[in-house]
Structure formats: structure tokens, C-alpha cells
Ligand binder design. Structure first.
Ligand SMILES: [Zn+2]
Length: 296
């Protein structure tokens, strides 16, 4: 047997650990108008960029109660462009703050509004990734998802992309000069760091590199820099896959017993195995960098 053949066989059977595949998900759509975008223009810009980048079906986790009259027609643009819509509740409550009754009512309202936009398996993403710190409530909501035909739209790569948008809007509002190239670098550094952190953690804790699902938001900076992010990921050997394909990974069927309820499924599994919080915790550092770069 030749060495090359042996290597090919080895690669074939250990394919999972060389995965480096990632799907994009965008939360909180439709995001309201800001200093940088009108709401619909931001959505159109994101769709245009995803098309140019040839990104396969992303999943957009929507909050249709933000504007009940226009949200659904607005979100329909994603479906027409071949992307998928998921339920992110109607008005973005935090489960641990409002409890089961109010929360499930809110989620049901989103289910009704979004139902014309759903295609195939329905996915639900917990606002703040909060699946409850209370075991009883957590199990109640897991049962609700099951009864209502939902799978948990988990994330594997948590991060703080939204804070970059907060910073550029604050800068614009207060008349600061914005060096977008500088901000883009900070954004990329944070996001790519998160991808690598959670992939390493998965290899350590799960023994393989899963098909990843990155949490992003339909916010200004993320839309402005999405092309650089996708290009940089590809340059580093990542393949962008559809959200549907990513969610087929067995990782997203896990139901951890702990109530860590934050930072995504890999961090939750790491907690299950080690009893420790192991998460990509760079919020303060990122905020400080932005404040400095923008003179806030
Ligand atoms: Zn959200």
C-alpha cells in the first residue's frame, strides 16, 4: 500500500476532525433604523453581500413584534433570497426574567406571524442564549419546543459582534471621526478569535471539530464587515455551509443537564465535562479597544 493511499484513507476516516465548516446565523432581525442604515436598506445590503459572496442559506432569527405591520414582509426578502427564518420570540424577552407563561405566549405569537416564512424544520433561538438557569423552567421550555415542532437553534460560536455596531453608532451620534478600517480590524480580530477558540474547545471536549454555527446579529458593523469576515474565514481554510447542513451535526442534538444556559453549546458541554465556565470572554477588552479607537 502506498503512503499516499494510506494518508487518503486516514483522511477519509478522520474527516470530522478536519471539518472547518461554519454556517452563518443573524439574530434580532429586523433591526430598527440607526445612524448608518434605514432598517430595510440594511437587510437589502446584507442579502446583496451574501449573494455576492455565494454564502449558502444563512438562518435569520427574527423578532417580528418589533413592527408587526411590516416585519413579515420585510423578513420575506430573506426567504426570497434563499435564506431561512427562525423564531427568536416576538419581542426578545429573557426567559429567566419573564417566566414560562409570558415567554411561551411571546414565542407563540412569533410562531403565528412567521409561519408563512418557515421552510422545513422549525428552529428556535433563545434571546440572550438564556435557556433558563432554573432546571424546572428549562425543562418546561424544552417540552414547549418539542410540542410546537421546534429544534433549539443553538450556536457553537458565541461572541460580541453587536457591541461594534453600538460603538460606531455612538461615535456617529456624537460627531466623532470614524476610522472604519480600524474598526473592521478590531471586529475581525474578535470574531476570528471566537471561531478559533470554540473550534479548539470542541476538539478538546468533544474530540472532533463540529460543523459550526456562528452567532451574528443583523446590525450595522456586522453587515458592513461581513464580506471581510467571510473572505478571511475562507482564507484560513473554512468552508461556509448552509445552516440546515450545520444543524445536522450531532452536536446540536445535545441536551446538557447543567443550567449554564449561556455562551453556546460547546461551552455548555465543556461545563458538563469539567464543571467550569470555559468561554470566549473578551467583551471588556473589545469594548475598551473600540472606545479607544473611536475616542468615545
Ligand atoms: Zn437576540
Amino acid at each position: 500500500m502506498s503512503k499516499a493511499f494510506l494518508l487518503a484513507v486516514l483522511l477519509l476516516f478522520s474527516g470530522e476532525s478536519f471539518s472547518k465548516e461554519i454556517a452563518l446565523t443573524f439574530d434580532d432581525a429586523p433591526v430598527s433604523a440607526s445612524e448608518h442604515f434605514e432598517s430595510i436598506k440594511r437587510t437589502e445590503e446584507l442579502i446583496r453581500k451574501l449573494r455576492l459572496l455565494k454564502v449558502p442559506e444563512a438562518m435569520v432569527f427574527a423578532n417580528p413584534c418589533k413592527d408587526e405591520k411590516t416585519s413579515v414582509s420585510h423578513l420575506k426578502k430573506y426567504v426570497e433570497a434563499g435564506h431561512l427564518i427562525g423564531n427568536h420570540t416576538c419581542s426578545h424577552p429573557r426567559l429567566d426574567d419573564v417566566g414560562f407563561n409570558e415567554y411561551s405566549k411571546d414565542a407563540e405569537k412569533a410562531d403565528q406571524l412567521l409561519s408563512p416564512l418557515f421552510i422545513g424544520q422549525k428552529f428556535f433561538r433563545f434571546p440572550f442564549l438564556n435557556e433558563s438557569k432554573d432546571e424546572k423552567l428549562r425543562d418546561q421550555i424544552r417540552a414547549w419546543l418539542k410540542t410546537n415542532g421546534y429544534r433549539n437553534g443553538m450556536v457553537s460560536v458565541d461572541n460580541d459582534d453587536y457591541i461594534v455596531s453600538w460603538a460606531i453608532n455612538k461615535a456617529k451620534e456624537t460627531g466623532k471621526k470614524i476610522d472604519y478600517k480600524k474598526v473592521e480590524k478590531i471586529f475581525l480580530n474578535h470574531l476570528l478569535g471566537a471561531v478559533e477558540f470554540y473550534d479548539d474547545l470542541a476538539v478538546k471536549q468533544l474530540g472532533y471539530s463540529p460543523k459550526h454555527v456562528i452567532l451574528l446579529h443583523e446590525v450595522d458593523a456586522t453587515v458592513m464587515f461581513i464580506d471581510s469576515l467571510v473572505k478571511e474565514l475562507r482564507q484560513r481554510g473554512w468552508k461556509i455551509i448552509s445552516a440546515k447542513e450545520a444543524f445536522e451535526d450531532r452536536l446540536y442534538l445535545e441536551q446538557p443537564k447543567n443550567t449554564y444556559a449561556n455562551n453556546g453549546i460547546i461551552a455548555q458541554i465543556a461545563m458538563e465535562k469539567t464543571g467550569e465556565k470555559i468561554a470566549y470572554n473578551h467583551f471588556d477588552e473589545l469594548k475598551a479597544e473600540l472606545v479607544k479607537a473611536l475616542g468615545l
